[in-house]
Design a protein around this ligand. Structure first.
Ligand code: NAD
Length: 260
């Protein structure tokens, strides 16, 4: 008997990076991840990889910031599986620029994916979780849910906001046996971070190696990136919660970069 036998989890942004690792790990423990991503080809490839390892998975195209699409996909998942046990609201992007130069359109784009996306997927899933009297909601925060960095105004704002949303879901969901948590990773070497290294180097006048050593990993205890596996451990811990004991809490997974 595995921890997630028969459980169904919608994992947004699971075609790549951290979300993909969460989906692989959830499937490896008997669960069925719904790989919901803007990039359907990559989502389908992730689902195929899971199936080739003997697991089960379902790939769907979803733009988390599109209300109609979120409602449609959640309806499809219910029609196919009859329930949603877990939501991992993970899809996200990064845009780095000094605040004084930040285009309003980029600010809105980032907030809509991180915050509108978290709200829309949560609302759509909660209705079914309440009906089933069970649900586990996990938001992908960041050390930037607790701490700020230069050049990341909308990202830091959005990631702080997710902590507030999780606390509300924890309070409103409690009577329906629905818990909510935030996992807050340090830097994980995914396409999202690979893209930032040259951008930050340009903005800060540093070499790429200096960005990694003196900006990204400077305060870790071991000079190491956080791994997607480290993050998946924490997400699956909350996904397997047996009670409200930890609900509303956020957990930092950052190799000691940020300690509470
Ligand atoms: P990634 O770029 O590897 O993967 C992000 C995925 O989200 C991609 O598959 C992309 O297609 C998808 N996506 C983007 N916009 C979407 C949308 N509107 N609707 C649906 N899917 C969409 O990035 P990652 O590093 O794995 O990041 C995943 C999450 O982890 C993000 O929320 C990010 O902010 C957070 N995070 C990442 C790091 C890090 O260092 N990589 C650290 C802390 C938090």
């Amino acid at each position: 008997m595995s921890r997630f036998d028969g459980r169904v989890a919608i994992v947004t942004g699971a075609a790549s990076g951290i979300g993909k690792e969460i989906a692989l790990r959830f499937a490896a423990e008997g669960g069925i991840p719904v790989i919901a991503d803007l990039n359907l080809d990559a989502a389908t490839a992730t689902a195929s990889e899971i199936k080739s390892k003997g697991g089960d998975a379902f790939a769907v195209a979803m733009n988390v910031a599109d209300e109609e699409m979120v409602e449609k996909v959640v309806g499809e998942v219910i029609a196919k599986f009859g329930k949603i046990d877990v939501l991992v609201s993970n899809a996200g992007i990064q845009i780095v620029k000094p605040l004084v130069d930040f285009p309003f359109a980029d600010w809105r784009k980032l907030l809509s994916i991180h915050l509108d996306g978290a709200f829309l997927t949560t609302r759509a899933c909660l209705r079914h979780m309440y009906a089933a009297n069970y649900g586990r909601v996990i938001y992908m925060g960041s050390v930037h849910s607790k701490e700020a960095s230069k050049l990341k105004a909308p990202y830091v704002t959005a990631k702080h906001g997710l902590i507030g949303l999780a606390k509300v879901v924890a309070k409103e969901g409690a009577e329906h046996n629905v818990t909510a948590n935030v996992v807050c990773p340090g830097f994980v070497r995914t396409p999202l971070v690979d893209k930032q290294i040259p951008e930050q180097a340009r903005e800060l006048g540093l070499s790429e190696e200096q960005v990694v050593k003196t900006v990204m990993l400077k305060d870790t205890v071991d000079g190491e990136f956080t791994s997607a596996d480290d993050v998946a451990d924490a997400v699956l811990y909350f996904a397997a919660a047996r009670s409200n004991g930890m609900t509303g809490q956020s957990l930092v997974v950052s190799h000691g970069w940020f300690m509470e």
